[in-house]
Structures are given as C-alpha cells and as structure tokens.
Design a protein around this ligand. Structure first.
Ligand code: ARG
Length: 450
C-alpha cells in the first residue's frame, strides 16, 4: 500500500499505478533526492525537531538506501515516485523512525528541490561543454583562420573574409549562451525545501540552513511559489533551445562545407560515417544529427510552456510531466555541444575557393571610388556597371584594364587595380569587428579571456 493510503480502502488500479508513476524519470535524480533528505534531516536535528540520535540514525539509513540505489535497486512502480521509494526503503532499514523524515516537508517541495539540484549541475556541465566548444573554435581560428573564403549574404558570395572571422561569429553566439546559462543558474539556485505542501509548516524549521547545506544561494521566499514555479525550467529549456539553434546553424554549415561542392573542410573520421550501399561516402552524420536534435529541444520548451500555462496555484500533478521534457532538453543539448566540439577539434580545413577576380571584390571598386570622394551611391552604380561589362564580355574583375575602369569613372587611378587583390581587401577591413586579421586576433583574446 502507498504511504498516503490512510483514507483509502482499495487503492489505485494497476493501470492507474502504471499511468501515474514517475519512477523512470525520477531515477535520474535519486542522488539529488537523497541529498535533499540528508539536508532536511540535518536541519531537523539542529532545530531540535529530531534528537541528535534520531537524526544520526536516519542519516545512516539514508546512506544505506543510497548504497542500494548505487547497487542498482529498482523500486517497484507501486512506490509511485523516488520520494516514496526512498522513504519506504528507509523504513526497511531503520523501522518506524523513518516516518519522522517527512516532518515539515511534502513531496511537493521535495520534487522542486530535486529538480533544482539536478538542473544546477547540468547547467554547470553545459557551461563547461560550451567553454570547450568555444575553445575548440578559437583553436581552429588560431591554426587555420587565415584561410580566404567568400562571406555570404543570401548564400550568395558577398565579400572576401578570413574563415576565422566567420568562425568567430559562431563563437560569439556560443559565448552569449554561456552568459545565459550563468543568468538562469542564479534563479535556479534557490531552495524550495521546507515550503511543505504550499503553506509552510507550524514546526520551527530553518529553511536557510537546509538551503545552505545544499549550497543554494538562498530560499524561494513564498512557499506557494516555491512548489508551483516552473519558470526556471522554462528558462533553462529556452537557453537550451537558443543554444541548439546556434548549434544547428553551425551544423548546417559543417554539412555544406564538407560537401564536394564546397570542399572547404574534411570532418575527422571519428565524427563521420559511411553508407551501406555507396562505398565512397563519408557522411557528415554528426552535424546532421545535431541539426535534427534541435527539433527535440524546441519541442521540450514547447511542452514545458504549454504544460504550465493556465495551471492554478499551487502544485498540480501536471507538473510531474516537467522532468521528461527538461531532462531530455538538457541531455540532448549537452551531447550536441560536445559532439560539435569534437567536430571542430578533429576537422581539417582544406581551403576556400580561388577568389582572384571574383565578383565578391566588386565592393572594393565602390569603396575605392568612395575613398576618392565619389558619393557611395554613385560609386556603387559605377561598380555595378563594371560587373555588367564583365558579364557581357565573359571576363573576371581581374581582367579589367585601367582604361576599362577609367572609362567607367575618371576617379579611378592605377592603385584601384591593387584593390582587387582578395587578401588586401580582407586586410583593409580593420574597422572594429571587421574581418582583418588584427581584429580577428583581438576578438580571439576577448573570447579566451586574456
Ligand atoms: N511524483 C510527483 C511529481 O513528480 C511528486 C509530487 C507529488 N505530490 C502530490 N501531491 N501528489 O511531481
């Protein structure tokens, strides 16, 4: 029978038990559940709600339950959730004294505590993984960043850039993800323990003390909010979703760049797979899966937000659904960050296309004229005309003569021809945040925290 069966005669049907139990997801946070109980018992002992001997006996019993779980004990689903499983097992070890553990608490504040502890650790792991990924991108930039590639807009060649400039654009988005992780962590790091069902308790507990024992930064002030709030989960899933969107954009480019059509990179063997029918294939499955898994995390955010909307205060059983979404979002995001780091750590940069005379240099002609005092709008029009001339005559920009340029605009001088060197074009862009190597290096320093 359940621990709550006092007013029941029969109890839930087998189908209801199977429908309502949460052990499958709860078992992922049994360590947190034991930690929460340990802190609670210690506090109960300190404030005199348990004798020192009782507190010590319960703590010993909890250590035994911890060992049982470590050894692979799988609670029966009739025990419903991890909280009742632990308490029942504790009773098997220490007898009726186990019943005092639940003084001044409820499963509602317990589950809220467990999830916060679980999430805090995963946010730290996510942050470490993101730091590794940002580091891997920075290493790649340092080693191969001076590779000339076209920068795109609309996936059409725009202007030449260093590949390092492009990669750092991704690194900055991941850097902001780290800021978001730190931000949500502060709101996660508050203790709901001792809120009890939602109204607090008549017993003289010390919530600040149990919070301290669990390394929380403080308590969730309102007992009803403490058990009912899930906005920190929604926020964590939002942060995970934004991160997955960033990873998905990176993944898309890794897939494109490793194609024969681009051929800019070769993914390491450890992060590629073959085809069961086409022997030549070396498929970019790692980034493809990252791109695909982003959908799962978006779905988890959607589930959490929809589940919480319209719930009356305070705890409702709907909230039990929070873990499958949250846990999956965090597990998936952490795995995807790591896999992406693995891709960057092991890939080879093969090089970009030859940009000599490429139309991606047309802006240089306009910028040259603008530097001579020609209004940019007029310069843009003139440079556009030169592209048309090239297209009509089947030439590249590099094949234009000084006479061709001067026929288009008298402000062109011989120096204009040197502006069509792709590397010189990149290195001219020294404005803050521009693609010139000096700026790439400056940002590398910032991202590495030097
Ligand atoms: N298994 C429940 C959950 O995961 C624990 C809290 C149950 N509280 C209750 N009043 N039924 O949310």
């Amino acid at each position: 029978m359940a621990l709550w069966d006092g007013r029941f005669e029969g109890g839930p049907s087998a189908e209801m038990q199977a429908f309502s139990e949460s052990l499958d997801t709860d078992m992922l946070m049994w360590r947190e559940d034991i930690a929460g109980s340990m802190a609670h018992v210690t506090m109960l002992g300190e404030v005199g709600l348990l004798t020192a001997e009782e507190a010590a006996t319960i703590r010993d019993g909890l250590s035994k339950v911890e060992k049982d779980l470590e050894a692979g004990w799988q609670p029966d689903i009739a025990l419903e959730d991890i909280h009742m499983a632990v308490e029942t097992k504790l009773g098997e070890h220490i007898g009726a004294l186990a019943g005092k553990l639940h003084t001044a608490r409820s499963r509602n504040d317990q589950v809220a505590t467990d999830v916060r502890l679980w999430l805090r650790t995963r946010l730290d792991i996510l942050d470490e993984s993101l730091a590794r990924l940002v580091g891997a991108i920075c290493d790649r930039v340092e080693a191969d960043g001076r590779t000339l590639v076209p920068g795109f807009t609309h996936l059409q060649r725009g202007q030449p850039i260093w590949l390092g400039h492009h990669l750092l654009a991704h690194a900055w988005s991941l850097h902001r993800d780290r800021e978001r992780v730190a931000d949500v962590r502060r709101r996660v790091n508050r203790s709901p323990l001792g809120a009890a069902a939602m109204a607090g308790t008549p017993h003289p507990i010390d919530r600040a003390r149990s919070a301290e024992l669990l390394s929380f930064e403080g308590v969730a002030e309102n007992a009803m909010d403490a058990v009912a709030a899930r906005d920190h989960l929604i926020e964590a899933a939002s942060v995970a979703t934004i991160c997955m969107v960033h990873l998905s954009r990176i993944a898309e480019e890794l897939v494109l760049w490793s194609s024969r059509e681009f051929d800019w990179i070769r993914l390491g063997e450890a992060w590629s797979t073959g085809s069961s029918i086409m022997p030549q294939k070396r498929n970019p499955d790692a980034p493809e899966l990252v791109r695909g898994k982003s959908g799962r995390v978006v779905g988890a955010l959607n589930a959490l937000i929809t589940m919480t909307k319209g719930l009356p205060m305070a705890y409702n059983r709907d909230l039990q659904e929070d873990r499958s979404a949250l846990f999956d979002a965090m597990h998936t995001t952490i795995a995807c960050v790591r896999v992406t780091a693995g891709c960057f750590e092991s890939m080879t940069i093969k090089g970009g296309p030859d940009l000599t005379g490429d139309f991606a240099l047309t802006t240089e002609l306009a910028d040259f004229l603008a530097g001579q005092g020609v209004p940019f709008r007029e310069a843009h029009h003139v440079a556009g005309g030169l592209v048309k001339l090239c297209e009509d005559s089947g030439q590249t920009l590099a094949e234009l003569s000084l006479a061709d340029l001067q026929a288009a605009h008298p402000a062109f001088t011989a120096e204009a021809l040197s502006w069509l060197d792709p590397e010189a074009a990149v290195e001219r862009r020294t404005s803050r945040g521009g693609t010139a190597w000096v700026e790439v290096k400056r940002q590398l320093g910032m991202l590495r925290g030097d």
